[in-house]
Structures are given as structure tokens and as C-alpha cells.
Design a protein around this ligand. Structure first.
Ligand code: DQA
Length: 150
């Protein structure tokens, strides 16, 4: 099983951007945590980060035919604006989970809107970096359950 972890704009600035909200650890630290978790779980992981909406759409489309079984996505600010990302997730129809490091529901009003949520099976918000691992675990359980269903 292979999980693709997609991160949107400004998540490459983790460790620098608003440490009071996102913490002091870097994007590379995040990848290390996820890699370790996936190794322990016996699943493959792939990573993609971009600050550009169209590139994120392209990567989601690519997942349709590159052996990806599930997608964990933190679209950053595009969460709250992007119908294109919603449509891309619906187009590939892979099991997906939405992740936010911060608790988007307890911040500004505009962060309470998620355009991609309806294309995701799960949302994990406000659990920091471990939220990505929790989302991966939920997708692993879901995909395993599907396989057992035949
Ligand atoms: C975020 C929350 C978004 O509102 C914000 O624009 C981000 C990061 C999070 O991980 O908490 O860039 O998705």
C-alpha cells in the first residue's frame, strides 16, 4: 500500500512561519515523522509540496495512475478557496483524508470553510504533526477493510 502526502502553500515554511501556531519544527522534520510512522506500519509513502494550485491539481491527477492507494492532504490556504482541488480529488476518487496542523475551527471564520472536505473520508484538525500519522492510520484501516470486503 502506498500513501501520498500532499502539502500546499507555505507548509515548506514550517519552523519559520508563525511558530506560535505551527510550532518550531520544519517541513523536513514533518517528513521524518511521517516516514518513521509509515515504515512501522509497513506502508510506502510519497511526498509532494507546492505553493501552486495547478501543480497540486496535477499531482492529485498523477496519483490516479502511479500506484497511490490513498491521499493525505493539507492544502494550506487552498482549503478555504479551491474548487479545483475539490474537483481533482473527486476526479481520481482515491480514499483521502484532510489534515490541518492547527485547529482551523477555532481560528478566523474563513478558516472554518473547507472546499475539499466533502471529497475526504476523514478530517484531522488541530493535532499538530501527529495528525498526519493519525490520518494515515485511518486510511490504512479503510483500505484494508475494503480489501477484506473483496
Ligand atoms: C493549515 C490551516 C490553514 O488555514 C492555513 O492557511 C495553512 C495551514 C494548517 O495546517 O493548520 O496554511 O492548513
Amino acid at each position: 500500500m502506498k500513501i501520498l502526502f500532499i502539502n500546499g502553500p507555505n507548509l515548506n515554511m514550517l519552523g519559520i512561519r508563525e511558530p506560535g501556531i505551527y510550532g518550531n519544527s520544519t517541513y523536513e522534520d514533518l517528513l521524518g515523522i511521517i516516514r518513521g510512522h509509515c515504515n512501522n506500519a509497513g506502508v510506502e509513502c510519497d511526498f509532494y509540496q507546492s505553493n501552486h494550485e495547478g501543480d497540486l491539481v496535477d499531482r492529485i491527477q498523477q496519483a490516479y495512475s502511479d500506484g497511490t492507494d490513498a491521499i493525505v492532504i493539507n492544502p494550506g490556504a487552498y482549503t478555504h478557496t479551491s474548487i479545483a482541488l475539490l474537483d481533482a480529488l473527486k476526479a481520481v476518487a482515491l480514499p483521502a483524508a484532510e489534515v490541518h496542523i492547527s485547529d482551523v475551527d477555532s481560528r478566523e471564520e474563513f478558516r472554518k470553510i473547507s472546499y475539499i472536505r466533502s471529497a475526504c473520508l476523514f478530517t484531522v484538525s488541530g493535532e499538530g504533526f501527529p495528525g498526519y500519522c493519525k490520518a494515515a492510520d485511518m486510511l490504512i484501516e479503510y483500505v484494508k477493510g475494503k480489501k477484506n470486503d473483496g
